[in-house]
Design a binder for this molecule. Structure first.
Ligand code: CP3
Length: 346
């Protein structure tokens, strides 16, 4: 794990010199791709996550169709939450739903921390199959939700707008909230290290909702647990690049600089050059095209992609990506324009 990798994506994550900027997309396997919809037409989303042959197939689709420089395991951040003992379903209208949310110390006490190889073996089997099916130049990214973001789903019972129940628990029963975050932290460390043993070559920690916290609450409720995950995974898997993503991190960027990640995901609401100036040279960045920009005319897509590459100004440690996941309905030609523009940028 100490030799310098040759793959563009891994090199950029480690801020090593690269011949060109690598590119992949969050949610790159998804409903905007006709080939994904064909598979998804036959099985539910959770069945897809739990069937290694199918998870492998949809993970490889964007590699074949778009030529992106990294693959990301097809699963969902809530899959290990179900293994911890929570009922989980996905509906077309509401997305994820956890009908029995965690609201009290007793609820937290009922959650299990499971052995990921035993209880999430279908994920590890998918990782092995995907790795075997990928060209050597294309690394496989594993992922998990970060403790705070997973806790929001567990406490709210699904996607939320104002996160009232999460904050009510943080402030009204801080001991239970802390215990919940500690349990999740332990589960996430075990889950991510199992993914590396199965064949993942980089990891992304999704703290999508940590941007809804005040800076002070971020320091109390998100940062320490994410830092613990990153530190423990780093110790168990030295040399594996770690990416930390928060949507809406513009107000807390300096707080992320030394959280323990090699790369920070940057959303589109901040300027990439300014973000890099604020972060300094000790950490790489990933991003940051507005996912909705892919609905613009192709010439506009090309101009915006080039503007981001110009903003990075050839500094080492840039992975091109969207600022959040690709949206359903995104035109595939626009995605191809984005990928090709990154690949041919002089
Ligand atoms: O990036 C990838 O291609 C890997 C697969 C992946 C999915 N979800 C597939 C998915 C990853 C990395 C995720 C992460 C995830 N899931 C996050 C964090 C990143 C982010 O986007 O903020 C979150 C918050 C979730 C929870 C989740 N899963 C929601 C809110 C939804 C519903 C919204 C939606 O897009 O439908 C999902 C469902 C989901 N996860 C789908 C996919 C492809 C759509 C399911 C379908 O096919 O119907």
């Amino acid at each position: 794990m100490t030799a310098e990798p040759s793959q563009l994506f891994l090199r950029a994550c480690l801020r090593l010199p690269v011949a060109r900027t690598p590119v992949w997309m969050m949610r790159q396997a998804g409903r905007y791709l006709p080939a994904y919809r064909a598979v998804r037409g036959k099985v539910s989303f959770l069945e897809l996550c739990k069937t290694p042959d199918l998870a492998c197939e949809v993970t490889l689709q964007p590699i074949r169709e778009l030529g992106v420089d990294a693959a990301i395991l097809f699963s969902d951040i809530l899959v290990p939450v179900e293994a911890m003992g929570m009922e989980l379903r996905f509906t077309e209208e509401h997305g994820p739903e956890l009908p029995v949310p965690v609201r009290s110390a007793a609820d937290v006490h009922r959650l299990r921390v499971v052995d990921a190889d035993a209880e999430l073996g279908f994920v590890m089997q998918a990782v092995r199959q995907i790795r075997a099916g990928l060209p050597p130049a294309v690394p496989l990214i594993g992922f998990s939700g970060a403790p705070f973001t997973l806790a929001t789903y567990m406490v709210e019972g699904g996607t939320s707008k104002n996160f009232v129940d999460t904050k009510r628990m943080m402030w009204g029963d801080p001991a239970a909230a802390r215990r919940l975050l500690e349990r999740i932290t332990e589960q996430v460390v075990g889950y991510l290290t199992a993914q590396v043993r199965a064949g993942c070559q980089a990891l992304q920690l999704f703290d999508t909702w940590a941007g809804i916290l005040s800076p002070d609450d971020f320091d109390r409720w998100a940062r320490p647990f994410a830092a613990r995950v990153l530190g423990q995974v780093r110790a168990a898997a030295p040399g594996v690049p770690l990416i930390y993503y928060v949507n809406g991190s513009g107000a807390i960027l300096e707080r992320l600089r030394d959280i323990g990640a090699d790369v920070l995901g940057i959303d589109w609401k901040q300027d990439l050059a300014e973000a890099r100036a604020r972060l300094g040279d000790g950490v790489g960045v990933q991003g940051n095209l507005d996912p909705v920009a892919l609905f613009a005319p192709l010439a506009e897509v090309e101009a915006r992609v080039r503007a981001i590459l110009d903003a990075n100004a050839k500094r080492p440690g840039h992975v091109f990506n969207l600022g959040h996941g690709v949206l359903p309905g995104t035109p595939v030609e626009a995605v191809k324009m984005m990928v090709d523009t990154v690949k041919t940028y002089g």
